[in-house]
Design a protein around this ligand. Structure first.
Ligand SMILES: C[S@@+](CC[C@H](N)C(=O)[O-])C[C@H]1O[C@@H](n2cnc3c(N)ncnc32)[C@H](O)[C@@H]1O
Length: 263
């Protein structure tokens, strides 16, 4: 008899070294089945064997499971707020502002921050942008920093001209090396890894939506434990923290929370 989804998930957890129990399992099952259909894989036995023995399928599984959708200035009104309110306050009170984009996907998010800071006239020695993701293939894309139009729809013509170079076939836009140099990328599994501390702004956008309630709770605690008091936590547009005061957070605007510290 073929193995069940639960048995598949437990074996996949070991092989992939990812805590699949932290994710909404009905979604993991749906994503697994849709990939199986695409590769004409009949059952979970065959699927686990391919994950074990076929590197290409394993990468495809990881790729399919981790949704990498991202774009520059995603939900622009939040970046307006960042520029007009959060950054001025942070740079007024800190010698150096430390920012972490977690997870960063294809780099659109941390590079958006770098562009905003450049436009604000802030010198790179005054900030640090660290960006991490679980998926090493998307990190290669982020480091390459060549984007198609769909990632750039919120970038104004002025900024597009200033920071991107269109390829000769007009299909991609390469980001300027000056902006690329402002972001440091690293592979990191947010569920298993230990976090570095001392952050003034943490962005964790469009990630909690994939997690169970317990895992979300655990991660908010982990993130706030490394945020400096007075620092900010920036979530995705559809993500909320219920009872933010429980974590020492105060909601200040749409997806922004300020960390006041835990008494
Ligand atoms: C939808 S993207 C969000 C990207 C960006 N923050 C944004 O809002 O545009 C979600 C990202 O989460 C990453 N991811 C999924 N599980 C992860 C984990 N356990 N640790 C780190 N990154 C993870 C995926 O690889 C994917 O790039």
């Amino acid at each position: 008899m073929a193995i069940t989804f639960t048995e598949f998930k437990d074996q996949a957890k070991e092989i992939l070294n990812i805590d699949l129990d932290g994710y909404k399992l009905d979604r993991v099952e749906r994503r697994t089945k849709s990939l199986m259909r695409r590769y004409q894989v009949d059952d979970f036995d065959q699927c686990i064997n391919l994950i074990k023995n076929d590197g290409e399928f394993k990468d495809a599984y990881l790729n399919h499971f981790t949704i990498n959708t991202s774009e520059f200035f995603r939900n622009p009104e939040n970046f307006e707020f960042l520029k007009s309110d959060v950054f001025p306050k942070l740079f007024e009170t800190n010698e150096k502002v430390k920012i972490w984009s977690a997870p960063c996907s294809n780099g659109s998010e941390p590079y958006t921050l770098a562009i905003i800071l450049k436009e604000m006239g802030i010198r790179p020695s005054k900030f640090e942008i660290y960006a991490t993701d679980l998926d090493h293939t998307i990190l290669d894309t982020a480091r390459r920093a060549e984007y198609k139009e769909n990632s750039l729809k919120n970038v104004s013509d002025k900024l597009l001209k200033r920071y991107f170079k269109e390829s000769s076939d007009g299909k991609t836009y390469a980001l300027s090396s000056e902006i690329k140099r402002m972001v440091n990328f690293e592979q990191k599994d947010l569920i298993n890894a230990r976090f570095k501390n001392d952050w003034d702004l943490i962005l964790s956008r469009n990630f909690f939506i994939y997690l169970t309630k317990d895992m979300k709770d655990e991660l908010i605690k982990k993130f706030t434990s490394v945020l400096n008091p007075g620092g900010y936590f920036f979530l995705g547009n559809t993500e909320y923290i219920f009872s933010p005061e429980k974590y020492g957070l105060d909601k200040i605007f749409q997806s922004f929370y300020k960390y006041e510290g835990l008494s």
